[in-house]
Design a protein around this ligand. Structure first.
Ligand code: PBG
Length: 326
C-alpha cells in the first residue's frame, strides 16, 4: 500500500459535527422557500387534497391563516393557485377580480404585507378544455393566448401580487406581460418566468389538486421535451431578453442538471419548482415507513440549492422551515 497517498485524507474534515459544519459548502435557509397555496371559493374550507397529504384546498379566510403561519415560520413568500367558480373556452375567470385567486392575493397582502405574493399566471385551471391557452381547433393558439395571459398578470398585480409567474409556455408571453404590466403602472412587479418547464409526469397530483388536466391530448405541444437541455438554454435566453427577472426550472429533482446549466449562463436568480409528484412520492414512502421523511426532504432541498437554485418552490416548506429551526 502506498502510505504516501494517505497524507491526504478527506475523512479528517468529517470527524465531528463542528468540523463538518465549517466545511459545508451549501446551506439551506428558510428564506429560500416559496410555499404554494390552492385557494377555492366558499368560507372556512380547509380540505386535504387526497394525492397530496398535508396540502389543502383553502377558502380565502383559511388561506390567510396559512399565509400568516408561513410568515411566522420565516417563509418569505407564497404562490397562489386557484380553482375558479366557472370555466369557459378562453379561461376568463382567470382575470376576474372576484375570483378566489384575486381575492386571496388582496386578503393576504392586507393581513401579512411583508409576505411576497407570487401569482401563478396560466389558463389551464380556468379553461373548459384544460389547456394553458385558447384553442384553434386542437392546437393551442399562441398569439391569441398572449393578451389573455397579460390580462391575468395585470389582474393579479392589481390585486396586490408582487411577482407574476407565467407557467403556460407560450412563446413571447414574458414580453407581452411586461408590456401590459408597465402600461398598467406596475413597473415594479417582477416576472418569475417558468422559462424551462418540461412536459412532465410529475405534475399528476397537481392536476387533481387544481382540476386542470387537459380534456384531450396532453401539453407536449407547448411544454418542453424531457430529453432536451440545449433547448432549456434557448428558452432562458429568450425570456431574459423579453424581461424576465427570475428564471424557473420545473420540475426540480429529475432536472438538477438543467438548473446547473441554466445557472452557468446567467446572473439572474434561478428558481426551481419541487412539484406535486415529487412531493407525493416522498409522502407516500414516508407514510409506509420506508424512508425518513425529514432526512429525505432536507437532503433533496439542499441538493436543489447545491445545483444552483436561489429560490425553491416547495410543498414541504412549512415542515422544512420547522426542521431547520430545530
Ligand atoms: C399550470 C401549472 C402546473 C403546475 C404549476 N402550474 C401544471 C401543469 O403544467 O400541468 C404543476 C405544479 C405541480 O405539479 O406541483 N400550468
Amino acid at each position: 500500500m502506498n502510505t504516501e497517498m494517505l497524507k491526504i485524507r478527506p475523512r479528517r474534515l468529517r470527524v465531528s459535527p463542528g468540523l463538518r459544519s465549517m466545511v459545508r459548502e451549501t446551506s439551506l435557509a428558510v428564506t429560500d422557500f416559496v410555499y404554494p397555496l390552492f385557494v377555492v371559493a366558499g368560507e372556512n374550507v380547509h380540505q386535504e387534497i387526497p394525492s397530496m397529504p398535508g396540502v389543502y384546498h383553502l377558502s380565502v379566510d383559511r388561506a390567510v391563516e396559512v399565509a400568516k403561519a408561513a410568515a411566522a415560520l420565516g417563509i418569505p413568500s407564497v404562490e397562489i393557485f386557484g380553482l375558479p367558480e366557472y370555466k369557459d373556452e378562453i379561461g376568463s375567470s382567470a382575470w376576474d377580480m372576484a375570483s378566489p385567486v384575486q381575492r386571496a392575493i388582496a386578503a393576504i397582502k392586507k393581513a401579512v404585507p411583508e409576505l411576497v405574493i407570487v401569482g401563478d399566471v396560466c389558463l389551464c385551471q380556468y379553461t373548459s378544455h384544460g389547456h394553458c391557452g385558447c384553442l384553434a381547433g386542437k392546437y393551442v393558439d399562441n398569439d391569441k393566448t398572449l393578451p389573455l395571459l397579460a390580462k391575468v398578470a395585470v389582474s393579479q398585480a392589481d390585486a396586490g401580487a408582487d411577482i407574476v409567474a407565467p407557467s403556460d409556455m407560450m412563446d413571447g408571453r414574458v414580453a407581452a406581460i411586461r408590456d401590459a404590466l408597465d402600461e398598467a403602472g406596475h413597473q415594479n412587479i417582477s416576472i418569475m418566468s417558468y422559462a424551462v418547464k418540461y412536459a412532465s409526469g410529475f405534475y399528476g397530483p397537481f392536476r387533481d389538486a387544481a382540476d386542470s388536466a387537459p380534456q384531450f391530448g396532453d401539453r407536449r405541444q407547448y411544454q418542453m421535451d424531457p430529453a432536451n437541455i440545449r433547448e432549456a438554454l434557448k428558452e432562458t435566453m429568450l425570456d431574459l431578453e423579453e424581461g424576465a427577472d427570475i428564471i424557473m426550472v420545473k420540475p426540480a429533482m429529475a432536472y438538477l442538471d438543467v438548473v446547473t446549466r441554466v445557472k452557468e449562463i446567467t446572473d439572474c436568480p434561478i428558481a426551481c419548482y419541487n412539484v406535486s409528484g415529487e412531493y407525493s412520492m416522498v409522502k407516500a414512502a414516508a407514510a409506509n415507513g420506508w424512508i425518513d421523511e425529514k432526512r429525505i426532504v432536507l437532503e433533496s432541498l439542499t441538493s436543489m440549492k447545491r445545483a444552483g437554485s436561489d429560490i425553491i418552490i416547495t410543498y414541504h416548506a412549512l415542515d422544512a422551515a420547522r426542521w431547520l429551526a430545530e
